[in-house]
Design a protein around this ligand. Structure first.
Ligand SMILES: Cc1ncc(COP(=O)(O)O)c(C=O)c1O
Length: 405
């Protein structure tokens, strides 16, 4: 198994105190473990003087700087203007909030397109926002055998009444990575917005929003080594056209207009630290280069590292008697959903845990996806790779599976 030269997984792992507890973590798609530098940044913020944002006191200026730095970091991570970066409680909360703001511009006869490949956080807010204003929801199925979301199947649901197309950039259940760029083109061709759930894609591949063409990209720092909060990134010009419900005295500036209440400064500082940590992963030898360039190099190295591990894991998993792997799309993240004939996935989760191998079972809120795969609401066992996964973890998983199955 070869990994990218520039990637030193032992060095990466040394930054994760949680790994010293001894478990092999395949639960990253639910939330990654946290590096020391992120925890340090959170703590440093909480123990330093911070107040409401302003320009007079040092505490006010610090809050201001933290927010600006976090927007810049998210901008470098996603390849987008920092003025279009909105922070919120979670991807789910941001999608709900923005869906209501968008739906103010919709009415009866307007249409919204959602897919069964998606996490429910990128389905239900749209269904409910559409219902509230009398708009119509159009559903797109993926192909259950291949896991592919066909661009033409999406296009077939588009019309001149389509206002928004909501798709995932990667399925958190089976890893499928639909072609975002093509889907954006199709949505734009009918004058619709393309809303992309990038929560599961962002930890596994570099993102260039300008190049992808998506109108909004949602992600969650706690999936890419950061703290528990959410990000919605869009062109500031688009955000200017939206008017969420807000308090009378709160600013109408973009992006603050969408950030209800006081921002979690410590989590934003942690998000900046997570992006800086990601930018440091590849050791390009030129630590002075622009952070965006280092992020791109690092994400390429993470992808190569995870691919190499998957090449060892996936055939071995598929070869186990009674195992069906449901992650089959040609383009996908290193996220393997499997079931075992005659076995309850929850039992396998529990039994693996006895060997300190963490691989949870369920549908992981991608309930439409799980049902469409024929797995009901129970789903399967999900094995996800992360930047800190190493060969020993993979061997521990395979060894434990041999004992458990
Ligand atoms: C693909 C995907 N979308 C959305 C979400 C929801 O994210 P959050 O917990 O930030 O609301 C998740 C969380 O697992 C996810 O994997």
């Amino acid at each position: 198994m070869s990994t990218a030269n520039a990637y030193d997984v032992a060095q990466v792992r040394s930054h994760f105190p949680a790994l010293r507890e001894g478990a092999a973590h395949f639960d990253g798609p639910g939330g990654s473990q946290t590096p020391d530098v992120v925890a340090d940044a959170v703590r440093a913020t909480l123990v330093s003087a911070v107040s409401n944002r302003g320009t007079v006191t040092r505490a006010e200026r610090r809050a201001e700087e933290i927010v600006g730095a976090a927007r810049a970091a998210a901008g470098d991570l996603l390849g987008i203007d920092p003025r279009g970066v909105v922070f919120g409680r979670s991807a789910t909360a941001l999608t709900y909030d923005l869906s209501r703001a968008l739906a103010k511009q919709w009415g009866p006869g307007d249409e919204v397109v959602v897919t069964r490949l998606d996490h429910d956080a990128n389905i239900r807010p749209w269904v409910q926002a559409a219902e509230a204003v009398g708009a119509t929801v159009r559903w797109v199925d993926f192909e259950p055998d291949t896991g592919i979301l066909d661009v033409d199947a999406v296009t077939a649901q588009l019309s001149e009444r389509t206002r928004l197309v909501a798709t995932t950039a990667a399925s958190n259940l089976i890893g499928t990575r639909p072609p975002v760029h093509q889907l954006s083109d199709r949505a734009h061709a009918v004058g619709a917005l393309h809303w992309v759930d990038g929560v599961h894609a962002t930890p596994h591949a570099s993102v260039d929003l300008a190049q992808l063409g998506a109108d909004v990209w949602v992600c969650s720092p706690y999936k890419f080594l950061g703290p528990h909060c959410g990000i919605a990134a869009a062109d500031p010009a688009l955000l200017e056209t939206l008017h969420p419900d807000k308090l009378v005295p709160s600013t109408d500036d973009v992006p603050e207009r969408f950030e209800l209440g006081t921002l979690p400064y410590e989590l934003l500082a942690g998000t900046t630290a997570a992006v800086d940590f990601i930018a440091s992963l590849a050791h390009t030898g030129d630590e002075t280069s622009h952070r965006r360039d280092r992020v791109l190099a690092s994400m390429a190295a993470v992808e190569a590292h995870e691919d190499a591990l998957r090449e060892r894991l996936e055939p071995a998993l598929r070869a186990l008697a009674g195992v069906t792997v449901h992650s089959n799309a040609p383009a996908r993240t290193p996220t393997l959903l499997f079931t075992v004939e005659g076995r309850d996935p929850r039992d396998i989760h529990r039994e693996l845990a006895r060997y300190r191998v963490n691989a949870p079972a369920g549908s992981f809120y991608a309930v439409e996806c799980s049902r469409h795969l024929g797995l009901g609401d129970e789903g399967g066992v999900r094995v996800g790779l992360a930047p800190y996964t190493d060969e020993a973890d993979v061997e521990r998983l395979l060894d434990a599976l041999h004992r458990v199955l």
